[in-house]
Design a protein around this ligand. Structure first.
Ligand code: ADP
Length: 315
């Protein structure tokens, strides 16, 4: 396998905090990989080590077969800290970044203008960076990290601070870059971004890797344990009837007023569909596929730990 990033047995401690506790990771070339976990899980520390900004106490890291400093022209990096040269105008700033990556002034400006269109920021090229909203600045910083056409793109929390519309724009561009052959690794504490984008997910909690697999395999390995039963009648009556169905361990109310029927330990949720439908109190019954949030909580609980709850599914 041709791996763009290989991390082996990496540990990093800050004083009494063990930020990263023996992580192994291999990111195949061409992969779109999400590194997920709550705030404080160790994602940024891992990414900073990948970028040779800080060094591991133990373990080894290879990026494009070498290290990030030697390979810097082939890597695009969006750090978690956001920062532009405030007084510089956007076009001037991007041309300057392009020049640092070896682009001529005219090529840098050409690419910058094309990227501003592509990322839905037309007409800002003459504005000073400080005049832009935070979300707009973040998009400019994203352009700065990819305008030299890197083959490996590493994005630390690229979606945090973006509103849903801008998150969608960025997600589209990440998907396009991936389709164009880039290897992309990004971190997020918002699981739904990974759920809709990645082909591989890595879950980290408290400095340890809990899961590392293709999204399809993760989904296949976590079967639904809950049935959503929609009712047009009174919730209480429907919930009581659902609770009496053998194999239902508990019921609760979903946000939309449906009954959520949770399967007992030895019961397959699929076997609850027919008996719930047979009560004739529901207009529809379907399996609730576990989200990455659900899977994360399940894994952390199974490891005997307690998760800092991931953020709910909104930007
Ligand atoms: P994440 O990116 O998943 O939110 P981080 O990698 O930033 O997590 O942090 C992991 C842990 O390491 C946290 O407890 C954080 O407070 C600690 N940490 C990170 N960087 C430093 C640092 N430079 N000095 C001290 N502690 C740090």
């Amino acid at each position: 396998m041709n791996a763009s990033v290989v991390i082996q047995g990496v540990r990093k401690r800050f004083g009494s905090t063990e930020a990263v506790r023996g992580i192994d990771l291999s990111v195949p070339a061409g992969c779109l990989c999400g590194v997920l976990g709550p705030n404080g899980a160790g994602k940024s520390t891992t990414i900073r080590m990948l970028m040779s900004i800080i060094y591991p106490d133990q373990g080894s890291i290879r990026v494009l077969g070498s290290d990030a400093i030697a390979m810097k022209d082939r890597i695009g990096y969006l750090p978690e800290e956001r920062g532009l040269y405030k007084k510089m105008r956007v076009l001037e700033y991007l041309a300057y970044i392009g020049a640092l990556k070896g682009l001529s002034g005219s090529e840098g400006r050409r690419r910058a203008l094309a990227w501003l269109e592509r990322i839905e920021l037309p007409g800002v090229e003459r504005k000073r960076c400080e005049e832009l909203s935070k979300g707009m600045q973040q998009k400019v910083q994203f352009i700065a990290s990819v305008m030299h056409d890197p083959e490996l793109i590493i994005l630390d929390e690229p979606f945090s601070g973006l509103d849903p519309v801008n998150s969608r724009v960025l997600a589209r561009i990440v998907t396009e870059l991936h389709a164009g052959g880039c290897t992309i690794l990004f971190s997020t504490h918002q699981m739904h971004h990974a759920e809709s984008l990645c082909d591989r997910v890595v879950l980290i909690n408290r400095g340890e890797k809990l899961l590392d697999d293709s999204l399809d395999a993760v989904r296949a390995g976590h079967r639904p344990t809950t049935v959503v039963a929609r009712t047009d009648g009174p919730f209480e009556q429907a919930a009581a009837a659902a609770a009496r169905v053998p194999g239902v361990a508990s019921v609760e109310r979903a946000e939309d007023g449906s009954v959520l029927a949770h399967a007992a330990d030895r019961t397959d949720a699929i076997d609850l569909l027919a008996p719930l439908a047979a009560t004739r109190l529901f207009s529809g019954v379907s399996l609730k596929r576990p989200t990455l949030d659900d899977i994360f909580v399940e894994l952390v609980t199974a490891h005997g730990g307690h998760a800092r709850q991931p953020e709910p599914n909104h930007a």
